[in-house]
Design a protein. Structure first.
Length: 78
């Protein structure tokens, strides 16, 4: 999974300034932007696993706040 400011949803959040003690990460979900989806990805559970893998790799055990919209909104409660 890549990160980057290319997805349209990033533009919607760009006007909101982050706190000085925070960092923003913009994951590009597989198959939703510039990141291709592997052939093995066939369900929303697979997508959720990709998000979990991203969090573990990029954030680890640090506290974080997840803000989502569209597809992300349906998976955040899982």
């Amino acid at each position: 999974m890549k990160t980057g400011p290319r997805h349209p949803s990033v533009r919607r959040w760009s006007g909101i300034q982050p706190r000085s003690d925070s960092t923003r990460l913009y994951p590009d979900l597989p198959g939703m932007g510039a990141s291709p989806a592997p052939a093995s990805m066939s369900s929303s559970d697979d997508m959720l696993q990709a998000v979990d893998d991203f969090v573990q790799t990029e954030i680890g055990s640090e506290r974080f706040l997840l803000v989502d919209e569209s597809f992300g909104g349906s998976s955040r409660g899982r």
